[in-house]
Design a protein around this ligand. Structure first.
Ligand code: ADP
Length: 197
């Protein structure tokens, strides 16, 4: 139910003040790709690197968020849209806090990624396409999910019984059949501009 009688309170500590304190600009690295493509692995490696560089960062990982905040959501289209809407809202709060936030969710629908880009603001939104061929993801099957989807144990599985709409113009395009995790990490960090503020 939509809440009524709520007003937006202006906050005295602004985003700019938080960013100045941290010496960085808040932004979102929005990872997208098939299950098993390498989103969590690469986003985690990038997050480690950012931490080593003294950056203030946070990682929102699909599976972890589905345990808590989005634990009530399933995988039909409506639930996937709500999953991404909540993640985009949380990412926006973290950007407001001046953090570099990575989100690792399949986020299969173009319209949802566009929604996130619009909500967060294009200037602070970096779409990272972890582009791994379907056959390789299925071969890797790190969580045994493809096998379960093939046997019908899981329905609405992206790439098998639910669509994946690949980005056409991602900001960063990583092909994991050509790059190691280390190379992918270096490539992403190199493309992040750490503007002075
Ligand atoms: P996702 O988060 O996209 O579902 P995961 O990161 O959980 O994917 O799983 C990807 C799997 O692929 C991991 O087991 C990882 O070790 C493996 N892998 C092999 N080569 C690569 C690579 N070049 N980049 C990313 N992951 C890779």
């Amino acid at each position: 139910m939509k809440s009524e009688n709520t007003v937006w309170h202006a906050q005295s500590v602004s985003r700019q003040m938080r960013e100045q304190q941290k010496g960085q600009r808040g932004k979102v690295l929005w990872y997208t790709g098939l299950s098993g493509s390498g989103k969590s692995t690469i986003a985690n490696a990038v997050d480690i690197r950012l931490h080593e560089l003294g950056k203030h960062s946070y990682l929102l990982d699909g599976d972890n968020v589905r345990h808590g905040l989005n634990g009530d959501l399933g995988f039909d289209d409506a639930a996937r849209i709500e999953n991404i809407r909540r993640v985009a809202e949380v990412a926006k709060l973290f950007v407001d806090a001046g953090l570099i936030v990575s989100t690792a969710f399949i986020s299969p629908f173009c319209s949802d990624r566009e929604y996130a880009r619009d909500l967060i603001g294009a200037a602070d939104f970096i779409e990272v396409f972890i582009d791994t061929p379907f056959e390789i993801c299925e071969q890797r099957d790190p969580k045994g999910l493809y096998q379960k989807a093939r046997s019908g144990e899981i329905s609405n599985f992206t790439g098998i019984s639910s669509p994946y709409e690949a980005p056409t113009t991602p900001d960063i395009h990583i092909q994991t059949n050509e790059l190691s995790v280390e190379q992918a990490t270096a490539e992403i960090v190199a493309q992040l501009r750490f503007e002075k503020i």
